[in-house]
Design a protein around this ligand. Sequence first.
Ligand code: SDX
Length: 393
Amino acid sequence: KHGYFTYDPGFMSTAACNSAITYIDGEQGLLYYRGYPIEDLAESCDFLEVSHLLLHGELPDHKQREEFISTISEHTMLHDQMSNVFRGFRRDAHPMAVMIAVVGAMAAFYPDNNNVADPESRKVAAMRLLAKVPTIAAWSYKYNIGQPFMYPKNKLGYAENFMHMMFATPCEEYVPNPILARAFERILILHADHEQNASTSTVRLVGSSGANPFACIAAGIASLWGPSHGGANEATLKMLEEMGDVSRIGEFIKRAKDKSDSFKLMGFGHRVYRNMDPRASIMRKTCHEVLNELGLHDDPMFKLAMELEKIALEDDYFVTRKLYPNVDFYSGIVMRAMGIPNSMFTAIFALARTAGWISQWCEMNADPEQKIGRPRQMYVGSARREFMPLHKR
Ligand code: SDX
C-alpha cells in the first residue's frame, strides 16, 4: 500500500519518484488529476481551473479562480525584445524548434526566477509560463506564415485568446466559436499532465540539479517533440495523409506487423495503458462534436481514421499486444478540422503540458529531501585494456 493505492513491489522498485499530482492505472485505463477522474474534469472544467488544480492541489473556488485568471492576465505579454529571438530563425523553422529557443530565452529575459528554493519565485515562474507559452506558440505560427504577431487580448478566455493570436490579423478579427473553444479547452485538459512520461521525467531530471525553471521547460518541449511521444499527433496525420485511402490500410498494418523497417502505426500503443487510453475515448467523442459542428462529419481523413481504428482493433497483432488508439490518434484530426496546421499539433500539446511540467517541477523543488537525479546503467563495453601508444596503433 502506498497512499490510497496498492502497488506490487516490482513496480515500486522502478518508480522514479513520489508524486501527488497524477495517478494512472494502465490496466484499467484510469487517469486522475489530484484524485479527480479525467472524465469529470474534461466535462466540467476549463483549462485554467485544471491548471490551478495541478499546481495547488485543489480546484479553485470563485475567488481563487478570478485571482488565478487575473494573475495570468498580467503575464501574457512577452518582453518586447523577445520578438528578436523569433526573427533569428528562418521562416520555415518548425514551431517546436522556435518554442524550445524562446522558452529557454525566458531564463535571460526574466532572470529573477533563478532561486528555485523560494516558493514565491517558483509561483511567479509557473504563472509566467502558463501565461506566456500560448503567446510564444501562436507567435511561432505567425512567424512561420509571415503574418504579424498578434498581441493577447486578456478579456478573452484562455482558448479563445490563443485562437485569436493564431488566426486574427490586424485586418481581420478572429470570431470565436464557443463550441470550438470548448473543444480546445478539453484538448488542453486532456494533455495537461500524465505522470512520469518522457518529457515530464526530463523536466524533473533537469530540474533536480537546481536548473532555471524556463530551461527545464525548454528541455521538456525538446523531449515532447519526438514522434514516439508528443510528436505522434503530427506523425499520425502525416501517416493518414500518406495512406490516403482505405484501400491502403492493409499495406500499412502489414508494414507495422512485418517490422521490416522501424515503422509503427502512429497513434497506437502506449507505455502504460494496456487498455483504452481514457483520454482517447473523450477525444474521439470531441472529434465527432467538432466535425458535426463544422459540417465535416464526411471528412475523408476522419472516415479513414475510423476505418483504420476498426481494422486495427480487430487485428490479432494489435489485440494480443493490447495496442489501442491513444490520445494522439484523434487529437490531430480534431485540430486539423479546427484549421490548425499539422506543424502546430505538438506545439499545442506542449502548451497544455506546460501546466503538468511546471506543477511537477514545483512539487519536486518544494521537497527539501529531493536530490539530484543520477540514473545508473548496465555497462556492456570492453573489459580493462592495456593502453596502446599512437605509434603502435
Ligand atoms: C504519448 O508516456 C506517456 O504517458 C506518453 C503520453 C503522454 O501523455 O505524455 O501518453 C503521450 O506519447 C502517447 C504515445 C504516442 N506515440 C505514438 O502513438 C507512436 C506510436 N506508438 C509506439 O511508438 C509505441 O506504442 C509507444 C512508443 C507509445 C510505446 O512503445 P513500447 O513501450 O515499445 O510498446 P510496447 O512495449 O507496448 O510494444 C509491445 C509490442 C512490440 O512488438 P513485439 O516486440 O511484441 O513484437 O507492440 C509493438 C512493439 O513493436 N508496438 C507497435 C506499436 N506500438 C508498440 N507495433 C506497431 N505499431 C505501434 N504503434
